[in-house]
Design a protein around this ligand. Structure first.
Ligand code: CA
Length: 231
């Protein structure tokens, strides 16, 4: 079994190093990022099981990092706050942090909070329903996509895009909507990335098959729809 993975986003190198040693000693997998932007990227790439997030970070601060994480991930976030940042704590919980701990902290307390946050997350993970369109089936619990009897291998972004389209079956989605919901925050307002990923997705999900599911809605965006006879 893979170890539970924890991402530390903390600019104070000594604290980050201390946490890394303690967490590795407990058997966790650990990655460190020293600023907000790197931390955000790492949440996407590393897909940690839990994030320890410092508030005062260079560049994007911890609050903003947490807000952005919540746009694309439900990963448990524990904020690391300085002693007198009470308002930050409240705000942190408001924007979707799961817990916070005040620095300086006792490592046993942090470990207990980490275990609690991980447990809570497992309980909250309800079995998810399959998403279906024609002979395309997505099983979120297995992270598996099938068309007929064939399994289709997708990258994480392709999978997220397909999931969003399936959840909004028969609804026309603009490029901006797709960008916001699948990418979470905009890449300098450039929606070309949506067209690029739709192309990738089509080549795997539609091109090899007769019935096409991903429809282009000219001048607007895209829609996932089963082609009916007479369309
Ligand atoms: Ca800091």
């Amino acid at each position: 079994m893979l170890p539970v993975r924890i991402l530390i986003i903390e600019d104070e190198k000594q604290i980050a190093r201390f946490l890394e040693l303690e967490l590795k000693h407990e058997g966790y997998g650990v990655e460190i990022e020293y600023d907000g932007r790197g931390g955000l990227r790492k949440v996407e790439e590393y897909e940690p099981d839990l994030v320890l997030l410092d508030i005062m970070l260079p560049g994007i601060n911890g609050m903003e990092v947490c807000r952005r994480i919540r746009q694309f991930s439900k990963v448990p976030v524990i904020m690391l706050t300085a002693r007198d940042e009470t308002t930050d704590k409240v705000m942190g919980l408001d924007i979707g942090a799961d817990d916070y701990i005040t620095k300086p902290f006792v490592i046993e307390e942090l470990l207990a909070r980490i275990r609690a946050a991980l447990r809570k997350n497992i309980q909250h993970e309800k079995p998810q329903k399959n998403l279906v369109a024609g002979d395309l089936r997505m099983d979120p619990s297995k992270h598996q996509v099938m068309r007929g009897n064939e399994e289709i291998e997708l990258t994480k972004k392709e999978y997220d895009l397909l999931e969003y389209l399936l959840k909004n079956k028969d609804i026309v989605l603009t490029r901006d909507q797709i960008l916001e919901n699948v990418w979470g925050y905009d890449y300098a307002g450039d929606t070309n990335v949506v067209d690029v990923y739709i192309r990738y997705l089509r080549s795997k999900v539609d091109t090899p098959y007769n019935a096409k599911l991903i429809q282009t809605v000219r001048g607007v965006g895209y829609m996932l729809r089963e082609e009916k006879n007479g369309d």
